[in-house]
Design a protein. Structure first.
Length: 70
């Protein structure tokens, strides 16, 4: 359950976007930034709130918000 803050917008990546994130996450040479984004976006798309995703990935909640805000 989320407490406070703005309501989270529904994040629904297309099948093409999901495949792209999976491809990026599987690359042996990738930037840390892309690697992190490739983990954050699908986790949020599964319906987890930003706080849960941040705790799971050991990042700041603001980092999760950065990659999930349009």
């Amino acid at each position: 359950m989320s407490v406070g803050g703005h309501p989270k917008a529904l994040l629904i990546p297309s099948d093409d976007e999901r495949r792209k994130f999976e491809t990026w996450a599987g690359r042996p040479k990738r930037t840390q930034r892309l690697d992190l984004r490739s983990a954050i976006v699908p986790a949020c798309a599964e319906g987890h709130d930003n706080k849960t995703v941040a705790a799971r990935l050991h990042v700041n909640i603001a980092t999760v918000g950065k990659w999930t805000t349009s």
